[in-house]
Design a protein around this ligand. Structure first.
Ligand code: BTN
Length: 262
């Protein structure tokens, strides 16, 4: 019997969406929902298809990191087929959808650490991994992988205990996984459908939730590590870092460590 009664039917029943989650593929256990979603997309799965698992045995994070996904948390991937021009906005849509669903379901305030880590009280509660397949000059599909720590016994994972948190610990009680998933899909769709004419609104919302702006940071980008102050972000999702020598550099992908508050 799946945990929390999680099943494709329980997620889709009367779900108030037109595209996202119209089809849900549920597994008790997979290596990575992003890998399954990629295979489904390559075989023609429709936009909005969701692959979800109770547990991942080889969950993947950004920059080749491992993502811990024990049973009882949220590990899902959404298949999208947007235009190439909408690609930079997917990070914004996904992080805002998580922030909003956390706030709606738990009342907890969540923030975004550039580019798409979701934090509560400074600790990471959710990670997002976006992977694409481009064919020629067109985007064949994008897979949006979302992992939310719902109930994580951090004592069992000392390697992440200092930097991570889970919704149950932050709220002081358990959070319904089903309610979180359904709310996330509804919020995701609402924001995603805005992309055709309100991309600027999505960008402003995302920007207003970033805790990274104006902060002293250390950025690991490829092989280089840069220290500086985050000056701004652009609509393509990149970050402008002001360097100690007065110069600046634009960072498209990387990992940010926040340093002491200014
Ligand atoms: C990160 O913060 O480094 C990104 C973590 C992304 C984890 C999710 S869980 C669902 C999907 N499947 C994976 O293997 N990874 C993503």
């Amino acid at each position: 019997m799946p945990l929390d009664g999680l099943s494709a039917e329980s997620i889709t029943a009367n779900l108030n969406t037109r595209v996202i989650g119209r089809r849900v593929i549920y597994y008790p256990q997979v290596a990575s929902t992003n890998d399954v979603a990629r295979q489904e997309a390559q075989q023609g799965a429709a936009e909005g298809t969701v692959v979800i698992a109770d547990e991942q045995t080889a969950g993947r994070g950004r920059i080749k990191r491992v993502w811990l996904s024990p049973r009882g948390n949220i590990s899902l991937s959404i298949i999208l087929r947007p235009s190439l021009s909408h690609l930079p906005y997917l990070i914004m849509v996904a992080s805002l959808a998580v922030v909003r669903s956390i706030e709606l379901v738990t009342g907890l305030k969540a923030q975004i650490k550039w580019p798409n880590d979701i934090l509560i009280n400074g600790k990471k509660v959710c990670g997002i991994l976006i992977e694409n397949e481009v064919r020629g000059s067109a985007l064949a599909f994008a897979v949006i992988g979302i992992g939310i720590n719902l109930k994580l016994s951090l004592a069992d994972f000392p390697e992440v205990a200092a930097a991570a948190t889970c919704l149950a610990d932050e709220l002081g009680k358990e959070v319904s996984r089903l309610e979180m998933i359904r709310s996330l899909l509804v919020e995701f769709e609402r924001l995603y459908l805005m992309l055709s004419d309100r991309g600027e609104f999505i960008f402003r919302e995302w920007q207003s939730r970033l805790i990274t702006l104006g902060r002293k940071v250390r950025v690991i980008s490829g092989d280089s590590v840069l220290a500086g102050i985050v000056e701004s972000v652009a609509t393509d999702g990149s970050l402008l870092l002001r360097l100690p020598d007065g110069g600046s550099t634009r960072i498209v992908a990387g990992d940010v460590n926040l340093r002491e508050q200014n």
